[in-house]
Design a binder for this molecule. Sequence first.
Ligand SMILES: Nc1ncnc2c1ncn2[C@@H]1O[C@H](COP(=O)(O)OP(=O)(O)O)[C@@H](O)[C@H]1O
Ligand SMILES: O=P(O)(O)OC[C@H]1O[C@](O)(COP(=O)(O)O)[C@@H](O)[C@@H]1O
Ligand SMILES: [Mg+2]
Length: 322
Amino acid sequence: MKKIAVMTSGGDAPGMNAGIRAVTRTALQKGLEVVGIYRGYQGMIEGDFIPLDRFRVSNIIQRGGTFLKTARSEEFRTVEGRAKAAAHLKKEGIEALVVIGGDGSFRGAAALHAEHGIQVVGCPGTIDNDLYGTDYTIGYDTAVNTAVQAIDQIRDTADSHNRLFFVEVMGRDAGFIALRTGLASGAESVLVPETTTYIDELITKLEEGRKLKKASAIIIVAEGDDEGGALDIAKKVNEKFDAWETKVTVLGHIQRGGSPTAFDRILASRMGNSAVEALLKGSTNVMIGQRNNEMVEVPFTQASKHHETLNPHLLELVEILS
Ligand SMILES: Nc1ncnc2c1ncn2[C@@H]1O[C@H](COP(=O)(O)OP(=O)(O)O)[C@@H](O)[C@H]1O
Ligand SMILES: O=P(O)(O)OC[C@H]1O[C@](O)(COP(=O)(O)O)[C@@H](O)[C@@H]1O
Ligand SMILES: [Mg+2]
């Protein structure tokens, strides 16, 4: 193997730049040439490539987003689109690829391997933490820290006015961001898609809080919750409970940006490094995961099929401590 490519795909996540840097510098150190692919699979289809040297990845470890840009490409979902993409890779002499992205990106990589024999290894890059086989994905820790900081600020104003806040966090159909954010911000309750949400139970809890003369209440709602988003849930609660004035905040894309935490930079650096080592020893169709602080290889088929379960003890802890 002489030349590899690296790309970012799907939703951006803080730490992706640190991952690109780690892939590039590890590969160069092993005597490989490295090419960056702009705009995910769409850039691959269009042959939008840039040679990477050690200086091209200087001064990016601390930057959010991804300097290679990212995209969601409908064309890559087609056999024809993938054939165009593979033709560009072959013309450039690229034999192997590191994809930093989520479950969808790994499905795309698996198709590229099946149809065109390109060797593919993935690094989990998504704020949602919704991949099986890794304790953490790149960007998750930063997103949680961003959300916690925002909720600390909401708590100041909620307390001053004695209000009830519903704060919606991202996570698509997973509740990881919501759970960790709720624990760290001392939320009264966390509503996640993985467990059934009972509006009546929530109201009982809020009433108990009123009786205890709590100054405010903050409920964290995962965007994919089974009872709907924060606005829907606030409405349902308000139909039966209006003792507190109620406000809704949707944190949205601020959770995706910002400088990555030290945790995410280190995770991305280790994963990028392991991805190149995996390619060199001939692995393909695997994601690099972190398990008990060790780097491991997880087949794409497992990684993208489902995600880890939420820790029920942590869900319980939110209730115990609130
Ligand atoms: N089943 C699939 N076959 C081929 N390509 C896919 C498939 N699923 C996703 N992709 C490609 O991967 C891209 C990123 O996937 P997406 O689900 O949007 O984000 P993520 O990788 O963060 O989960 C898609 O826009 C598409 O180009
Ligand atoms: O930026 P978009 O296209 O609105 O997508 C929003 C979605 O992307 C995410 O921020 C990240 O998801 P992916 O990493 O799977 O792309 C989700 O939490 C959210 O549901
Ligand atoms: Mg995804």
